[in-house]
Design a protein. Structure first.
Length: 421
């Protein structure tokens, strides 16, 4: 009995000891679990914080990239508009130069019109901005349909895709750092802007040189014709203002306009119009030679009359020439007389503009009829000795409002004006 009690007590003690050990183990395990849970929570918070920072950095980089892309797009759009405007300028200045050349104005070599091809410089600098056959800025402009794609800028490929050339650069050691391509493109765009600005300045130089050359011709013609006493009020009248090029050409595009450039164009074109009018008026003056002979046998003015041996007024110039020598009209006009006229013998009289009339006397025969319209250089008759004449010669007169004036200034002016007309 005693033995059984001892065994029972021992069993109870063992169970008590096991319970104590179990309770202790449970507390230890619980503390370990809590510690591990806390560590995992800290790691999760740390990872979440890092993820948030990375996301913020990605957003910042994306925003910066979008801003850079937008900036480049705006610059490219502006350059394309300026390219189109420069093509228009080139066309305007080229037409003005053609007009100047048709008026006998040859621009010096130092003022020739530049060939406007600034975007091609991008290819020369190694920036693959434009397709070789897709850019043209001289003469006929060939504008690209998709500038962003043609310029190879970010945004022209699907979102997130890396262009093949950037993949290749990234795979090669020592390749350019991220962002260097954008810097290169910005630098290339800056080069284009400089080229366009330089060509704008060159266009201004060309227009200034053209205007000065035109004004020199105008001044030269006025200088040579001023002694003739013939006015050119109609030719020198104010030229109407030239309207600016039409805006919104080709849909929504509005050309880049420079007020100073338009003013230069107006001045140059007004000068050319004035020169053309002045030349047209000068060509209507009797300034051509009536015949090829330069031998003058008697000048305009008082002289000893060959028949009366008395001082008398000679109202023209006598050109000595063999009978039959061709006689030419000295300006365009209408034949108002082609008949025998007293001391003039066979005479042709032509009415010109500005109240001017020319007479050709002592002819051997007529080659025009009254009412005929002639131009300068038309043959109107032949030299003879009809009428009051001592030998074969041409009596040539210039009359202003039916008053005889000295023809020599007209003839000499014609010789000097040949370089302008």
């Amino acid at each position: 009995m005693v033995r059984q009690r001892k065994v029972l007590l021992a069993a109870v003690a063992a169970f008590a000891l096991l319970g104590a050990v179990g309770a202790s183990s449970s507390l230890w395990y619980q503390s370990v679990v809590e510690a591990e849970t806390n560590r995992i929570d800290l790691l999760q918070h740390s990872y979440q914080d890092r993820i948030d920072r990375l996301r913020a950095e990605i957003d910042r980089l994306n925003s910066r990239q979008a801003l850079d892309r937008e900036t480049v797009e705006l610059r490219v759009g502006d350059l394309i508009r300026r390219q189109q405007a420069l093509s228009k300028r080139h066309e305007i200045v080229s037409k003005l130069i053609q007009t100047a050349e048709s008026n006998g104005i040859l621009m010096p070599d130092t003022s020739t019109l530049p060939s406007p091809k600034p975007l091609l410089a991008l290819q020369e600098e190694g920036a693959d901005f434009l397709k070789e056959e897709g850019s043209a800025m001289g003469g006929e402009a060939e504008l690209v349909d998709d500038p962003m794609k043609a310029l190879g800028l970010r945004g022209s490929t699907p979102f997130g895709a890396i262009p093949a050339n950037e993949q290749q650069n990234a795979a090669q050691p020592g390749s350019s750092a991220p962002g260097s391509s954008a810097k290169d493109k910005q630098a290339a765009l800056g080069k284009v802007e400089d080229d366009i600005a330089a060509m704008d300045a060159e266009s201004a130089v060309v227009l200034t040189a053209l205007t000065r050359a035109t004004r020199r011709q105008i001044e030269g013609i006025l200088k040579e014709t001023r002694p003739l006493g013939v006015g050119f009020a109609s030719a020198m009248s104010a030229v109407p203002s030239i309207p600016a090029p039409a805006a919104d050409v080709g849909g929504p595009f509005v050309p880049y306009q420079d007020e100073a450039f338009l003013n230069r164009v107006e001045t140059a074109e007004a000068s050319l119009v004035q020169l053309a009018r002045l030349k047209n008026a000068a060509r209507r003056l009797p300034i051509a030679r009536p015949l090829e002979s330069e031998q003058i046998s008697s000048d305009f003015g008082p002289r000893l009359d060959p028949f009366l041996s008395r001082i008398a007024m000679h109202t023209g110039m006598d050109f000595k020439a063999p009978s039959g020598t061709r006689v030419y009209a000295t300006a365009p006009g209408t034949v108002i007389k082609a008949r025998y006229s007293g001391g003039y013998g066979k005479m042709v009289e032509i009415r010109h503009s500005n109240g001017l009339v020319t007479r050709y006397g002592h002819l051997s025969r007529f080659l025009v009829l009254e009412g005929d319209h002639v131009t300068a250089g038309d043959v109107i008759g032949n030299v003879g000795t009809t009428g009051r004449s001592t030998g074969p010669h041409l009596h040539y007169e210039v009359r202003v409002d039916d008053t005889a004036v000295d023809p020599e200034p007209f003839v000499r002016a014609g010789d000097r004006l040949a370089a302008y007309l």
